[in-house]
Design a protein around this ligand. Structure first.
Ligand code: 4NP
Length: 182
């Protein structure tokens, strides 16, 4: 799955980042596509595995919401080949950073994660900017909600890329030692 995002950042990376929302059709597919695009532009010295998942399985197997596909496409990013999936046990081993889009996602992740994975679960905007901002669920709103979510994710993804340029942070993240206020 998610072949587009894996292809150029490598199947097995030095750092593995998983974006998680509720349905894996609106926010986390955008985060996967945007962060992949941002990291490709930067051409860092390490390889990344970037993926996304949902805490719920209602949309498993589905393409992203058409409104997410649309807003990404208007910014030159194709997320149409992504397919939704629910987070699974294995993900808590495979990923160095497991980033919930809002507090509710983070709470769910913490409640289902095996012991030992807690240090790798963070609120996306905490890790990215330290702001503690939630990326709000746009599913029941209009297109303007997707515009706002796109901008928020784009800004946070750029900030996260800035932070990852620090090799000390990278090694902290890889060892699972990062706090929620890195
Ligand atoms: P997402 O948005 O978590 O950003 O993918 C949602 C998509 C679907 C539902 C809720 C949120 N749903 O209830 O079906």
């Amino acid at each position: 799955m998610h072949h587009d995002s894996h292809a150029q950042v490598q199947e097995k990376g030095d750092l593995a980042v998983l974006f998680v929302c509720l349905g894996n059709i609106c926010r986390s597919p955008l985060a996967q596509g945007i962060f992949t695009a941002v990291m490709r532009e930067r051409q860092g010295t390490y390889t990344l595995l970037i993926d996304s998942a949902g805490t719920g399985a209602w949309h498993a197997g589905s393409a992203p919401d058409p409104r997410s596909i649309d807003i990404a496409r208007r910014h030159g990013i194709d997320i149409s080949s992504q397919r939704a999936r629910r987070i699974e046990e294995d993900d808590f081993d495979r990923f160095d950073l497991i980033l919930g889009m809002d507090r509710s996602n983070v709470e769910t992740l913490r409640s289902v994660a095996p012991r030992g994975a807690a240090g790798r679960i963070h609120l996306f905007c905490d890790v990215a900017t330290g702001s503690g901002t939630d990326i709000p669920d746009p599913y029941y709103g209009g297109a303007e909600g997707f515009d706002a979510v796109y901008r928020m994710i784009r800004d946070a993804a750029a900030s996260l890329a800035d932070r990852l340029a620090d090799p000390r942070l990278l090694s902290m993240l890889r060892s699972g030692q990062a706090s929620s206020t890195i």
